[in-house]
Write a protein of this length. Structure first.
Length: 329
């Protein structure tokens, strides 16, 4: 599949480094809460292994000047891939994976959740989420939660040493307990997934890792047990989807296998048309170890957090993409 590639000038996509203090800063997410930006990511020694990862949360009034709000850790767990959401009760929720290692051997995974107290300006100690007993295992990873009409929805995937994987759509009312909605009929080592809603219709993008097969876009109506799947034609890494205020479906992900010696593995924003095909790609200033974008629309701008090592070390960046320039307004 040939994806149209759109490159914009430096003036139209401004990207700045907002954090570089950790040895390896990666796997970001972004949200607005009570008129402030919050950005979260993992700090560790390496992409994997080494000292257990910790979760950093930054806060900003304007998206330009950032300060550290929290550094969250849990003894014995490599915390990673933190995701932010706002519960129906107006609580800022922080979801994070927890990997347990002995030396460099992965022993299991346990997803954790934490909640922000605005008065004390701190997050609660991470607690393990409770996965439905019908699907619970020692290898579960709940990667992201999206709230809709009083419920949070996300995908638990179960993958052990790339020998096989299953994915399950789950729902929650409190962010701690998760019930099975549907065992997804997705093959090819399904993994990281993100959902978004248009009315009561659920959209899902899901990464697949079998021999770098392409990512999928799924569409389903309540009760979300019948799915139509579309091959996106690109391999995904750290995907997030959202609808713009104008109803355009946006996908943020790593983009692989670009033509040209120096163009592999960038972080991109893809725009998906009504035929559920990628119609435009915006490549961000990135390279090497990179991706895992978080996206927020605010004041006519698409704000994108992501990490990249194009300047040598893996750091966290913020890109500002004017929606007018992208034909989204």
């Amino acid at each position: 599949m040939n994806v149209p590639l759109f490159l914009f000038s430096q003036e139209k996509i401004h990207a700045q480094k907002i954090w570089d203090k950790g040895g390896h800063n990666a796997f970001t997410d972004l949200i607005r809460f009570q008129d402030k930006f919050y950005c979260t990511f993992r700090e560790g020694e390496n992409h994997v292994h080494g000292e257990d990862g910790k979760i950093r949360v930054l806060v900003s009034d304007d998206g330009d000047v950032w300060t550290s709000l929290a550094l969250i850790e849990k003894s014995g767990y490599d915390l990673r891939d933190s995701k932010l959401s706002i519960t129906p009760k107006g609580r800022l929720m922080l979801l994070m994976g927890g990997s347990k290692y002995e030396n460099k051997t992965l022993l299991g995974r346990l997803t954790h959740v934490s909640f922000f107290d605005p008065n004390r300006k701190q997050f609660s100690a991470p607690q393990a989420v409770r996965i439905d007993e019908k699907i619970k295992s020692n290898w579960d990873w709940l990667w992201r939660v999206t709230w809709h009409k009083g419920k949070g929805y996300g995908v638990v995937y179960r993958k052990e040493n790339n020998l096989g994987s299953q994915a399950f759509l789950v729902s929650t009312k409190d962010g701690v307990r998760y019930d099975l909605v549907y065992a997804l009929d997705v093959f090819g080592l399904p993994g990281e997934a993100s959902v978004a809603f248009k009315g009561d219709e659920m959209y899902m993008v899901i990464r697949r890792d079998y021999k770098e097969v392409n990512g999928l876009l799924g569409i389903s109506k309540m009760p979300y047990s019948t799915w139509t799947w579309k091959d996106l034609g690109v391999h995904l890494g750290g995907p997030q989807i959202m609808f713009s205020s104008e109803g355009k479906l946006l996908l943020g992900s790593r983009s692989f296998h670009r033509e040209g010696e120096n163009n592999h593995d960038k972080t991109s924003i893809f725009m998906i048309n009504k035929s559920f095909e990628i119609e435009k790609e915006i490549v961000l200033h990135s390279g090497g170890d990179n991706s895992y974008p978080g996206m927020v629309e605010h004041n006519g701008v698409l704000w994108v957090s992501y990490y990249s090592s194009h300047e040598g070390k893996s750091n966290v960046y913020m890109a500002k993409i004017p929606l007018n320039d992208l034909g989204l307004k």
